[in-house]
Every structure is written in structure tokens, then in C-alpha cells.
Write a protein that binds this ligand. Structure first.
Ligand code: PLP
Length: 337
């Protein structure tokens, strides 16, 4: 069956042109810092986002983990959204591997962490408490871009209270494209930013962490400790460089297709449209109808993400064209429990 996979934008496969770029890549041993393609990617993203340095790593989870470990010492604390990826979907790595205590803050509906709540959760300097060291935000959050005004206020709070500020920017470029601003305008507020290339940008593997030279030196050490020191990774970096050249502006197409998908769902009796943000559409199906819904969509060749979030999620990406949106809509519209 020719599946339409809307579960996540992680499912994209490298295009023929991307594979060609990978095959042509010049490589070296990256643990020695000698892979020219990795170095080019790191330099290019650092400059693009306005940082001194950057580090190419296997996954977004590792980028966030080593960022937290570079910012925080054992017994420090990071403040983070209760529904944030770093807190909820990364196996508790900061606590497990970094001895960093999370202080979860309930996310507001727009993905922000209300700053009064954040401030109230900062611990006094006292041996009773973990040392509050870092605030971690996520952008986009379930597809929602955070506003620049909010980011400015979050930065001001961190400066006033002596916190560092990290961005889980797995989908930073989706936010930038949606707000029609350079990604750097978002990144400017942060001490470090992680970006995933294996989501909407379409690379098979890889994330990049950006920060100051000192922070990246520390993160490079932790990457090695976490088993992420890789060798001829230039073939993977070449895919990311290709994505920077060819797959950023086109994210707007994913957003348009998600909007079309959402628009096509209005007024259906058994499927409730909950919301659409950038490349994500959220729907609700009554739990009594859920088993039948699964079977119906499977039979139509459409995969969606059921069970990880309160709502069912559909994500558009590089491998979803207009015809796929129409086929998915036909399947969704014909669901009659
Ligand atoms: C996917 C994702 C990550 C990292 O995931 P990996 O699968 O480890 O690359 C981090 N944060 C957010 C918000 C994500 O969506």
C-alpha cells in the first residue's frame, strides 16, 4: 500500500537530490574536528542564527540533553513546560543522565510558560533548594509559534533573575516561516538553540546545537560522554546543508496544506477539528468511536498519531503533496461510525 503518513514530520525520506549531495560529501573524522562538511554545517547555522559556534549531533534529544548538561551542574534545576519535549518525551534524560532537576510549569494554551508562574518557581539561594539555573522554552510548541514579545519578556526575566535561556527549536524554521521573519530574530533571545534537521527539513538524521564558544566546547565534551562522538558524519551534514538551501522556504507549503486539511474537516459529525498551527492539525474523535476510526483510516492507507497527545495529530511534511491531502480528506470525510 502507498501509505500517507501523517504521524509526524520525522517520517520524511531524503529526496534524490539530497541523496546525491550526501554521496558527494567530503568527509573526515569529526571527533578530531576534521570533517569539512560537518564544520561547514556548524559554521553556517551558527552564523545564520547569530551564535559563535555550533555542534552537529545525532538527534534533537541529544542536542537538548547536552545543552542542559552544559548549562547546569549536578543539583541545578531547569524550569520547563509540563508538556515540553525535553521534560516529557525524552525519557527524563536531564534527571537520569544530568542530575538536573526539572521544575515543570504548566504550559498556557499558546505554548508559553506564564512568566509570573516561572518567576514564582525560581528558588531562593538556600541549601534546601536546587539551584534554579535555566529556563527552557519550545518553539514551535505543538505547531504554535511563540510571539517575539513573549520571548523578549522571557529574556528580560532571565536577565533580571540570573537564569540562562535555552530553546528547543526542533521546529524553529516552521516558526520563522510562519511569522515571516529570519530565524535569527527568534534565536537572538536565547543562550542556546537546538534545531532538528530530521523533521520538516527532510534530512534523514541530525540536529544542531548553537551557542557561545564556551558552551559548545562543554557540549562537545558531553556529546562524547553520551556516545555521540561520530566520525565521517559529513554525509549526514551534507543532507542538512542541502536542507538549508532547499527545504526552508518550502515549509510554507506544509503550512498551507495543513490549513487545507483543517478547512476540509469543518462540519463533520464524527470528527471535531480542535486546531491547526503551522504544519499540524489536531482533531478529536469520541473515544467510543476510536477503534473504528483507527481501522477505517488504516484501511484507507492513512497513518495518524493516536494516543501520544490528548488529541489526534496529523502533520504535513515534505512527503505529503496536494494529492495526499485530498486522499486523506476523502478518508476522513467518509468516516461514518
Ligand atoms: C522531535 C523533537 C525533538 C527531538 O527529537 P529526536 O527524535 O530526538 O530528534 C525535540 N523537541 C521537539 C519539540 C521535538 O518535536
Amino acid at each position: 500500500m502507498d501509505w500517507i503518513d501523517l504521524r509526524s514530520d520525522t517520517v520524511t525520506r531524503p529526496t534524490p537530490a539530497m541523496r546525491e549531495a550526501m554521496a558527494r560529501a567530503e568527509v573526515g573524522d569529526d571527533v578530531y574536528g576534521e570533517d569539512p562538511t560537518v564544520n561547514a554545517l556548524q559554521h553556517r547555522l551558527a552564523v545564520k542564527l547569530g551564535f559563535e559556534d555550533a555542534l552537529f549531533v545525532p538527534s534533537g534529544t541529544q542536542a537538548n540533553l547536552i545543552a542542559l548538561m552544559a548549562h547546569c551542574q549536578r543539583g541545578d534545576e531547569y524550569l520547563v513546560g509540563m508538556d515540553a519535549h525535553t521534560y516529557k518525551f525524552e525519557g527524563g534524560g536531564a534527571a537520569v543522565l544530568g542530575s538536573i532537576q526539572p521544575q515543570p510549569i504548566p504550559n498556557a494554551g499558546d505554548g508559553s510558560l506564564p512568566l509570573a508562574t516561572v518567576e514564582a518557581a525560581i528558588k531562593p539561594l538556600d541549601p534546601h533548594f536546587a539551584r534554579s539555573r535555566l529556563l527552557c522554552l519550545e518553539n514551535t510548541w505543538h505547531g504554535r509559534p511563540l510571539t517575539l514579545d513573549y520571548l523578549r519578556d522571557a529574556r528580560a526575566l532571565c536577565d533580571r533573575r540570573g537564569l540562562r535561556l535555552h530553546l528547543d527549536g526542533a521546529r524553529l524554521f516552521n516558526a520563522a516561516v510562519a511569522l515571516q521573519i529570519p530565524a535569527r530574530d527568534i534565536a537572538q533571545f536565547f543562550d542556546s538553540v537546538s534545531v532538528c534537521f530530521s523533521k520538516g527539513l527532510g534530512a534523514p538524521v541530525g540536529s544542531v546545537l548553537c551557542g557561545s564558544r564556551a558552551l559548545i566546547d562543554e557540549a562537545r565534551r558531553w556529546r562524547k560522554v553520551c556516545g555521540g562522538g561520530w566520525r565521517q558524519a559529513g554525509m549526514l551534514a551534507a543532507a542538512c546543508l542541502h536542507a538549508l538551501d532547499h527545504h526552508i522556504e518550502r515549509l510554507a507549503e506544509d503550512h498551507t496544506r495543513a490549513a487545507r486539511l483543517a478547512a476540509g474537516l469543518r462540519g463533520l459529525p464524527a470528527i471535531k477539528l480542535v486546531g491547526q498551527h503551522t504544519n499540524m492539525v489536531f482533531i478529536e474523535v469520541a473515544s467510543a468511536h476510536l477503534p473504528a476510526f483507527r481501522v477505517h483510516m488504516e484501511a484507507a492507507g492513512v497513518k495518524l498519531s493516536i494516543g501520544y497527545l490528548p488529541n489526534i495529530r496529523m502533520v504535513t511534511h515534505l512527503d505529503i503533496d496536494d494529492a495526499a491531502v485530498e486522499r486523506a480528506l476523502t478518508a476522513l470525510r467518509s468516516f461514518a461510525p
